[in-house]
Design a protein around this ligand. Structure first.
Ligand code: FES
Length: 587
């Protein structure tokens, strides 16, 4: 089928590209090699921290760390990880069309390229001299003597590289994990760990360095513990350090020069035009991603994961000729599939148009990681069949009379927690709290039939939890809390509505109004639940024992059949609804 707006057929923008396996492999290799080095660095830093106990303990632990990292397979893994990670960093630098980046992204790049330069002398003096010149100086005493007694300026460089390497790793880790739903909960603890490790490591190294400085006051100690490389060996080691330092500087310089040459060449061979909704046209060299184009032009554009194709916050709607848009790579495809993207939706950080296109960013520039998890169709709004549940406290005004505001808030929060847990345990989504009422939606992701089963399961749980709440509040209330629940199903418009931080996925429509009306009718029928018969049959529940009534619904010609349930807790279990166990953490 042809999409009239894009001029492309439905599959054209989303058919996997041939380059997909390559970019997916690159991303995986970068992650794995980074994690290998992070493991090594973390063990190394924790080993430094043992210096807070003593120099001897530090060297004892080092013996075990050495045993792990000096066996052949581990060495091969570590060195090849470094080479792969470094080569991919150079490639990423080449790939970028702009260096206009967020501060965190820029810091990660600068830190990354600074590490080999700052570390090269340390590696030559320890690993290369040990492996090729048999100098046997790899233990802490020698290095701490060099860094704290003989050449403190080298000690400062080592402290700096510790902070820079750790900072580079933590920024990378943060970009990798920040799109995971659980990360926000662990972020504070992770931050504490990320700060503690280098701080303890620095303190350990300083304390051990202080001990070595004291020991070095005795010339015999130096004579016994320190084996200096011969002058010839030292000269060779210095020469190797110089060559490697220039090599690293030369590699980055070569890539930067190649970028300039590419830019000049591409400018001579035509630019790509990218149009934005406000009429702005940005001209960029071919190969520039839409996100880079936005940054080059100073157009605010959300990019929570820093352009790594994970968060989907940079998503755009694209219009253009089919030949100007390459199909998405495998990783992009996976993200697009996850958010239910339509064929003309792409990730701005991954799309590098080859001809003129028009793009519309779909999320605001200040979008957060959680916004990236919303499906495209939900964010835009869609009509679908869902089940809606309303619950309200009976006689709430009387309950509040003569009570301190503190008491009212306390009781209400306990009640809201009980309802919220019941809804979520049954698989629904609390839509909103309205005064003392709650609106909940079911079946947005899993369809109306499942939604009906979940809504009835939620009603049963709500009633049961209310009994528990009444038992625990016994002394606080003159009479137990009583509630009314209304449930109906039908077509509703579901989408993200609201403004700013108050925007959320909600539903509107006749079915929602009817569910609300059924909740009000619980007063007339003096019961706990009024549920439409259609909801009951879609849930596959047998409520033939409950009275059936036909009611009039404002604005509708047909009557609506409803079941009257005196106690929702006594509803039969709705089949195949797995009740998730959610604990009340803060009552
Ligand atoms: S910036 Fe995260 S997916 Fe594009």
């Amino acid at each position: 089928m042809t999409d009239k707006r894009t001029g492309a057929n439905d599959n054209s923008f989303h058919a996997p590209g041939t380059a997909s396996a390559g970019s997916s492999m690159i991303r995986r290799l970068r992650l794995i090699s980074g994690l290998v080095m992070l493991t090594y660095v973390t063990m190394h830093l924790l080993n430094h921290a043992v210096g807070l106990i003593s120099l001897k303990a530090m060297e004892d632990v080092l013996w075990y760390v050495f045993r792990i990292w000096t066996n052949r397979p581990a060495q091969l893994l570590l060195y090849s990880s470094f080479l792969v990670h470094y080569a991919l960093a150079l490639y990423a630098l080449w790939q970028r069309r702009t260096l206009r980046l967020h501060a965190s992204e820029m810091s990660q790049i600068l830190f990354g390229f600074a590490i080999p330069l700052l570390l090269v002398r340390h590696v030559v003096v320890t690993r290369i001299s040990d492996s090729f010149f048999r100098t046997d100086i790899g233990y802490y005493a020698y290095l701490l003597w060099v860094y704290f007694v003989r050449s403190p300026e080298q000690g400062v460089v080592q402290m700096l590289v510790l902070v820079v390497a750790w900072g580079h790793a933590m920024i990378g880790l943060h970009f990798w994990l920040r799109v995971r739903p659980w990360y926000a909960r662990l972020q504070s603890a992770a931050l504490v760990g990320a700060v503690l490790v280098p701080v303890l490591s620095l303190l350990g190294a300083i304390e051990a360095g202080r001990q070595v400085s004291t020991l070095a006051a005795d010339p015999n100690w130096i004579h016994e513990r320190i084996t200096l490389p011969s002058p010839d060996t030292q000269r060779t080691l210095d020469a190797i350090t110089d060559v490697l330092s220039w090599f690293f500087v030369g590699m980055v310089g070569a890539v930067l020069l190649a970028r300039v040459a590419r830019r000049i060449w591409q400018r001579r061979h035509g630019l790509v035009r990218i149009g934005y909704p406000d009429g702005r046209i940005v001209e960029v060299t071919p190969g520039t991603s839409v996100l880079e184009a936005s940054r080059l032009a100073g157009i605010p554009h959300a990019s929570v994961c820093g352009g790594r194709g994970r968060c989907s916050t940079c998503r755009i709607r694209v219009r253009g000729e089919i030949h100007s848009i390459d199909p998405p790579a495998e990783d992009e495809m996976r993200v697009l599939h996850r958010i239910g993207a339509t064929p003309n939706v792409r990730l701005a950080c991954q799309l590098r148009p080859r001809g003129a296109v028009e793009v519309t960013p779909l999320l605001p520039p200040f979008a957060r990681a959680a916004d990236g998890r919303h499906r495209v169709d939900l964010a835009q709004g869609r009509e679908q069949e869902i089940a809606i549940l309303f619950v309200d406290i009976r006689g709430f005004t009387a309950l509040c009379e003569g009570r301190l505001p503190y008491d009212v808030v306390f009781v209400l929060n306990r009640y809201f927690a009980a309802i919220g847990l019941a809804v979520e345990s049954a698989g629904g989504r609390v839509d909103k709290f309205i005064g003392d009422g709650v609106m909940a939606l079911f079946g947005i992701e899993r369809g109306a039939h499942t939604g009906c089963r979940e809504a009835l399961a939620a009603a049963r749980l709500i009633s049961a939890r209310l009994d528990e709440l009444n038992a625990s509040l016994g002394g606080e209330l003159d009479r137990p809390l009583r509630i009314g629940i209304g449930i109906h199903c039908g077509p509703a418009i579901v989408g993200e509505m609201g403004y700013g931080n108050a925007a959320s996925i909600t539903a509107i429509g006749d079915a929602v109004n009817t569910a609300s009306r059924l909740e009000s009718l619980t007063k007339n029928f003096a019961c706990e639940l009024v549920v439409s018969d259609e909801t009951v049959s879609r849930a596959g529940l047998d409520l033939s024992g409950s009275p059936l009534h036909e009611i009039e619904i404002r604005g509708k010609r047909e009557m609506l059949a409803v079941r009257i349930v005196e106690r929702a807790a006594e509803l039969p279990a709705a089949g195949a609804v797995p009740i998730r166990r959610i604990e009340l953490v803060d009552a």
